[in-house]
Design a protein around this ligand. Structure first.
Ligand code: GTP
Ligand code: MG
Length: 215
């Protein structure tokens, strides 16, 4: 990474991305796999929120800092999500393919998200649906690609991916897709016109930098 930075990218972005969904669906595992390249079978429920930072050299002139907010599944029943969602520019909504109840809760998470955060231009933030634990058997769910595509269209997801934190399936692809969409948003270019060098879209907590790990 240092090499790429010697000449310095001409654009740097800080994107706050949320990872939400029911208890135990694999949010922390997806982030650990993506940022640290690790997977553990042990389950320790996240309390409140956790953070990770991934530095993503996007192209020779663009550096992206992805600040991933790992929100505990149990937070859907609390009052803090409004605070956690503030200034996010993208989200993953995760369910566990082996537990139908976690799919049934997806729309509760999506409406919680859409009601509490919007892009600066007033649009809903881009959200990608992750069907995690695809290394396991699907529960009683109609999961044909066309059904899932329709579900996404009807419910405002920009895409869905089958992922496995365990087997490292599609996590990089899903993230690239989301980042591409964030970069394509009009509001990025509006911001860019105001400040040609650096566009800081979120004010990240200092802890996030402390816990940071990069590629
Ligand atoms: P909360 O913090 O309680 O909201 O849960 P979480 O969504 O962060 O879930 P976590 O990442 O802690 O994973 C829960 C359990 O699922 C752990 O035992 C993980 O090892 C397991 N797990 C996560 N991802 C996968 C996967 O892709 N495949 C399989 N088979 N197991 C997974
Ligand atoms: Mg967790």
């Amino acid at each position: 990474m240092a090499e790429g930075l010697e000449s310095g990218p001409s654009s740097e972005y800080l994107f706050k991305v949320l990872v939400i969904g029911e208890l135990g669906v694999g949010k922390t595992s997806i982030i650990k796999r993506y940022v640290h390249r690790l997977f553990s079978r042990n389950y320790r429920a996240t309390i409140g929120v956790d953070f990770a930072l991934k530095v993503l050299p996007w192209d020779p002139s663009t550096l992206i800092r992805l600040q991933l907010w790992d929100i505990a599944g149990q937070e859907r029943f609390g009052n803090m999500t409004r605070v956690y969602y503030k200034e996010a520019v993208g989200a993953f909504v995760v369910f566990d393919v082996s537990r139908r109840s976690t799919f049934d809760a997806v729309l509760k998470w999506k409406s919680d998200l859409d009601s509490k955060v919007k892009l600066p231009n007033g649009e809903p933030i881009p959200a990608v649906l992750l069907a995690n634990k695809c290394d396991e058997q699907w529960d009683d769910l109609e999961n044909s690609p066309s059904t899932m595509d329709r579900y996404c269209k009807e419910n405002g997801f920009i895409a869905w991916f089958e992922t496995s934190a365990k087997e490292n399936i599609n996590i990089d692809e899903a993230t690239r897709f989301l980042v591409k969409n964030i970069l394509a948003s009009d509001f990025i270019h509006l911001s860019e016109n105001r400040d040609v060098d650096t566009v800081e879209l979120t004010e990240g907590p200092v802890e996030a930098e402390n816990k940071a790990s990069c590629c």
